[in-house]
Write a protein of this length. Structure first.
Length: 277
């Protein structure tokens, strides 16, 4: 049962945008151009460079979250295999610590930046646009919520037996459909990394980055965990691709035979994916 092999993980990252809509300036611009409903002027309250490191790290957290989870609902819930739970929570904890440190760095510079904004914004400066330090810190957070995968057997609501059975059936069908979607996502990821390897390596003149191989290796490191249904075809693909990746980017650039062999191996994997899916 998928309920014992995985859980739902919901990632939430909040950040202060440091932008503020200025209704007065927006009206002045429209008046100057004889325009109406033409746009909105949003002030940048602090130097964007102060927030860039936080935004960059937040992006890394989201990328990692998506790399070790599978799609479940459009509402943001992702399927996290139980076997990856410990590694996931450890990594998220480290990300959160780094995130909080960057926020502390921002707060240390915040009073000086607010003073600088008085000159930079001129008459657009409004003191109340700026939250105090305690409020500013609360604007930043990385939160993870874990909930169990729905199980029709645990449905307990005071409705008629007929209605309860219908709801349980809907729950079961929904879980099965989303589980199938998660498996398809595994195949899609495999196809994406292998097709990129084939496209770059089959062209003798094509230049490629080390990330071409690293991205595939990263996927192979988590694919056994993502294979929540123990799909034998995915297991076989993992073995084949892992063997294919026993070569370095440097070797692929310098050794034509290694490059061709890897391209041929990738082509063979793609052929199998065409009928597997």
């Amino acid at each position: 049962m998928i309920q014992t092999r995985a859980m739902l993980a919901r990632l939430s990252i909040s950040q202060w945008t440091a932008r503020k809509y200025d209704k007065s300036v927006s009206s002045e611009v429209e008046k100057a151009h004889a325009a109406h409903d033409a746009g909105r002027f949003n002030k940048l309250l602090v130097d964007k460079k102060l927030l860039d490191p936080i935004a960059k790290l937040a992006g890394e957290v989201r990328t990692y979250h998506y790399s070790v989870t599978l799609p479940w609902t459009d509402a943001g819930d992702r399927l996290l295999p139980s076997i990856l739970f410990m590694d996931y929570t450890t990594k998220i904890r480290k990300y959160r610590d780094a995130f909080n440190q960057l926020v502390s760095d921002l707060i240390a510079k915040y009073p000086t930046e607010v003073q600088a904004a008085r000159n930079r914004l001129g008459t657009m400066y409004v003191a109340t646009d700026y939250p105090d330090v305690s409020e500013l810190r609360s604007r930043f957070a990385i939160e993870i919520e874990f909930v169990p995968v729905p199980d029709a057997k645990d449905f307990r609501v005071d409705v008629s037996n007929e209605a309860a059975e219908e709801i349980k059936e809907n729950i079961t069908k929904s879980v099965e459909a989303r589980q199938a979607q998660a498996v398809r996502d595994c195949y899609r990821r495999v196809h994406d990394v292998v097709s990129k390897i084939y496209e770059r390596l089959s062209d003798e003149k094509a230049v490629f980055k080390d990330s071409l191989i690293k991205n595939a290796s990263d996927l192979m490191s988590v694919l056994p965990g993502l294979n929540i249904t123990n799909d034998p075809e995915l297991t076989a693909l993992h073995t084949e691709i892992t063997a294919m990746l026993q070569v370095t980017p440097k070797q692929l650039r310098e050794n034509f035979q290694a490059r061709k062999a890897t391209a041929d191996a990738a082509d063979a994997v793609l052929a199998k994916l065409s009928w597997t899916n």
